[in-house]
Design a protein around this ligand. Structure first.
Ligand code: ADE
Length: 228
């Protein structure tokens, strides 16, 4: 059984699939570590045109997602698993960081062997009816800027949670890197062959084979990556 199931409610499943079906996220699904399900919000639209949005009361530019399709879509997923937690990406949410990613990856369910199920509801257009938040468990912001929809945030949430699950990255290596990536710490600079490239050399200590000195150098240099 997978550790985490992500159900993405979106108007644009085709925008998400190519990324999620590539590389590590493909492998995580192929190995049965995560399961990804797509629900098209349009299927819950209103009337012959399957409308999902309307103009804001009080006036103003743009269109807002309506309550009815949002509630219907979320409730249809919840009817299969009442314990699923609903995440909405929104610029007014709690700002996502590595500590939160770890919380979501390690939360009960994902670790106890039971399936942890997150529903990511992707808003689109200029915004959403505020009443939708009454059935949301987590409001998450990807940073202090505004995107056109919740699809890019959904990819980032799934990516940053999934890479923390056992069996997704290389075992030992990932654990080692993780010990340096708590909170806001960045990893140490890394190098591979060749030892010299266009007059740029790899720090001598990394070529020394001295594990203690290498570890010390990495500790000293974590969080200082790049000069830009
Ligand atoms: N939707 C639009 N902008 C966003 C942001 N910065 N974070 C999460 N969701 C968003």
């Amino acid at each position: 059984m997978p550790k985490i199931k992500f159900t993405i409610i979106t108007l644009f499943p085709e925008a998400l699939k190519p990324y999620l079906d590539s590389s590590m996220l493909y492998k995580a699904q192929d190995r049965g570590i995560i399961d990804i399900e797509y629900v098209n919000l349009r299927d819950f639209g209103i009337g012959p045109h399957k409308s999902v949005d309307d103009t804001p009361y009080g006036g103003g530019d743009g269109m807002l997602l309506r309550c009815e399709p949002a509630f219907a879509a979320i409730e249809s997923v919840k009817s299969q698993n009442p314990n699923a937690e609903v995440i909405i990406p929104t610029p007014v949410g709690k700002v996502w960081n590595q500590a939160l990613a770890r919380e979501f990856a390690n939360s009960e369910g994902a670790t106890s062997g039971d399936l942890k199920h997150y529903i990511i509801f992707c808003p689109h257009y200029e915004g959403y009816d505020e009443r939708i938040l009454s059935i949301v468990d987590h409001k998450i912001s990807l940073g202090n800027y505004v995107l056109t929809g919740g699809e890019l945030p959904a990819l980032i949430l799934i990516d940053s949670i999934t890479r923390l699950l056992p069996g997704v990255l290389g075992g030992e290596t990932s654990a080692e890197i993780e010990s340096f990536s708590d909170g806001d710490n960045l990893e140490y600079p890394q190098y591979t062959k060749p030892a010299e490239f266009r007059d740029m050399t790899v720090p001598e200590v990394l070529l020394s084979g001295h594990h203690g000195k290498v570890a010390e150098w990495r500790r000293e240099h974590s969080g200082h990556q790049g000069k830009a």
